[in-house]
Design a protein around this ligand. Structure first.
Ligand code: FAD
Length: 418
C-alpha cells in the first residue's frame, strides 16, 4: 500500500503538531492527514502569552500561526482530546467516543502547568499556558493589583515583569536561591534578580507556600499566601508558575516509554519501555524526549520554541519514510539529529537570548564564566561541561552571541560527528 492510501493522525494542534503536518506533506504523503487538538483553536503562538499579549490584550487573530497551503486539506478535529490509544489496533479513541484508525501516529501533545497541591480557594488562582489562561489572568491585572507568583522560572519572571509594567504589586515565591536558577545558575540568576528588584519586584526565595487563605470579602477567592516561615503575603491574584508535566496520560496503555514525555530515538520515533523502536509512531515538540547528538546520547525534553520546528520536521520525515517502507536504520547518509537549542526571554524590554544547552553544564561555579560585558548591563556568559563550552546566554551583544553560536556549532559538531 502506498503512502497515499494511508492515514496519518497527529495528536496535538500546537506548533509541533502544525510542523509535523507540514513535514508529512513535504515528505510526499498525499493520503489522509488529521490533526486532533483539545483546544478549540488552530495552532497559535504561546510565547507572547506571558509578554506582549499579556500586556496589550490576548486575541487569537494576533497569535495564530500562518498555515502553509500544503496543510490546507488537513482534517482538523479541534476541541476534543485524545483519551487513549492502542498501538496493537492502531487506533486513537477521542473523548467523544470517536475511534480514529491510523497508519502513522504523531504525538505532539505538549505539556501542561503543574499546580499547587494545597487545598485552597480556586478564585484568583491562575496558570499560563493557553490563550484563555492568559486572557483570564489579564482581566485581573491592573494598577495596584497585588500579584503573588509561585515559581521563579522564565515564565514566572516574564509574568512578574509584565505585571510590574501594568502597575501591579509583585511578590515572587520560590524554593531556589535565585530566580531562573536551574537553567542559568547562581551568578547569572542573581544578576537577573537585581534587575527585577530594580523594577520593584519582591522575592521570597528558599521559601514555599504553606497555606493559601481565603479572602475575607470572598471566601471563594484566595486573599493571602502564607509561606513556610510564617510570612503572610496579602494578594488579589496568585499565579502558579511551577514548571510543567508532559501530556502523555492518553498513551498509558501503549507500552511506550513515558518516563518524562515520549522517549524517542534520534529520528523522533517512539521507543517502548523495553527500548524497541515503533516506526509508525513519532513524537515532536515539548512532549518529545530525544537525544541531541550535539551534546551526548541522553534523551531530554526541551521546552524551547525552536524545538517543535526542529523535531517536527524530522518526525514528519521519519513517519513518511516508515509508511513508505524505507528502512531508516539501514541509511548511512542521514546526518545525526543535532539541532542547536535556542531560546529567548523578554523582561523589562530587554531580551535574554541563549544558544546551546545551559542545563547540562557542570554544577561547579567555574562552569559559568562571564565572557563579555557586565552582568548588570549587557553581557554574555558561557556554560561549560568538562571544560567545553556547551551553551551561552546574554543580554544585548547579539553579534558576540551569534559568533559564539557558530563556535558552539563548530566545536560540538566536530566532537560528535554525524
Ligand atoms: C507562556 C509561555 C511563554 C513561553 N515563552 C517562550 C519564550 O520566550 N521562548 C521560548 O523559546 N519558548 C517559550 N515558550 C515555550 C514554547 O511556547 C513551547 O516550547 C511550544 O509552544 C511547544 O509547542 P508544542 O506544540 O510542543 O506544545 P503546545 O504548544 O503545548 O501544543 C500542544 C497542544 O496539544 C494539546 N493537547 C494536549 N493533550 C491533548 C490530548 N490528549 N488530545 C488532543 N490535544 C491535546 C494541547 O492543549 C496543545 O494545544 C513559552 C511557553 C509558554 C506557555
Amino acid at each position: 500500500m502506498g503512502s497515499q492510501s494511508r492515514r496519518v493522525v497527529v495528536v496535538g494542534a500546537g506548533l509541533a503538531g502544525l510542523r509535523v503536518a507540514e513535514a508529512v506533506r513535504a515528505a510526499g504523503h498525499t493520503g489522509e492527514l488529521m490533526v486532533v487538538g483539545d483546544e478549540p483553536h488552530l495552532p497559535y503562538n504561546r510565547p507572547p502569552l506571558s509578554k506582549e499579549a499579556l500586556a496589550a490584550g490576548v486575541t487569537f487573530e494576533t497569535l495564530q500561526f500562518r498555515r502553509r497551503t500544503s496543510v490546507d486539506d488537513v482534517g482538523w478535529r479541534l476541541g476534543v482530546a485524545a483519551a487513549e490509544a492502542s498501538l496493537e489496533s492502531r487506533e486513537v479513541v477521542l473523548a467523544d467516543g470517536t475511534v480514529l484508525s491510523y497508519d502513522g501516529l504523531a504525538v505532539a501533545t505538549g505539556v501542561r502547568p503543574r499546580r499547587l497541591t494545597l487545598t485552597a480557594p480556586a478564585g484568583g488562582r491562575h496558570v499560563i499556558r493557553t490563550l484563555e489562561d492568559a486572557a483570564a489572568l489579564r482581566s485581573e491585572l491592573g494598577p495596584g493589583a497585588r500579584v503573588v507568583l509561585i515559581g521563579a522560572g522564565f515564565i514566572g519572571c516574564e509574568v512578574a515583569a509584565t505585571a510590574r509594567g501594568l502597575g501591579c504589586e509583585v511578590d515572587v515565591v520560590a524554593p531556589e536561591a535565585v530566580p531562573m536558577q536551574r537553567p542559568l545558575g547562581l551568578t547569572v540568576g542573581a544578576a537577573l534578580q537585581r534587575r527585577h528588584e530594580g523594577h520593584g519586584v519582591r522575592f521570597h526565595l528558599g521559601r514555599l507556600p504553606a497555606v493559601l487563605h481565603p479572602a475575607a470579602a470572598d471566601p471563594q477567592r484566595v486573599g493571602e499566601v502564607e509561606l513556610d516561615d510564617g510570612t503572610r503575603l496579602p494578594c488579589d491574584v496568585v499565579v502558579e508558575a511551577l514548571g510543567c508535566a508532559a501530556n502523555t496520560e492518553w498513551l498509558a496503555a501503549t507500552g511506550l516509554d513515558l518516563a518524562d514525555g515520549v522517549r524517542t530515538d534520534g529520528r523522533l520515533r517512539a521507543l517502548t519501555d523495553s527500548g524497541l523502536v515503533r516506526p509508525e509512531v513519532v513524537a515532536a515538540g515539548d512532549v518529545a524526549r530525544f537525544p541531541n547528538a550535539l551534546f551526548d546520547d541522553v534523551a531530554r525534553r526541551v521546552e524551547h520554541w525552536s524545538i517543535p520546528t526542529d523535531t517536527g520536521k524530522r518526525a514528519g520525515a521519519s513517519l513518511v519514510a516508515g509508511l513508505s517502507g524505507v528502512d531508516l536504520d539501514g541509511e548511512t547518509t542521514d546526518a545525526a539529529f543535532a539541532p542547536m537549542p535556542s531560546f529567548w526571554s523578554d523582561q523589562y524590554g530587554q531580551r535574554l537570548q541563549s544558544f546551546g544547552s545551559l542545563g547540562i553544564a557542570d554544577a561547579d561555579v567555574d562552569a559559568v564564566r562571564l565572557l563579555d560585558g557586565d552582568l548588570d548591563g549587557d553581557f554574555v556568559a558561557g556554560y561549560h561541561r568538562g571544560g567545553q563550552l556547551v551553551g551561552v546566554v546574554g543580554i544585548g551583544l547579539m553579534p558576540r552571541l551569534l559568533a559564539l553560536r557558530g563556535e558552539l556549532l563548530a566545536t560540538l559538531t566536530v566532537s560528535r560527528p554525524g
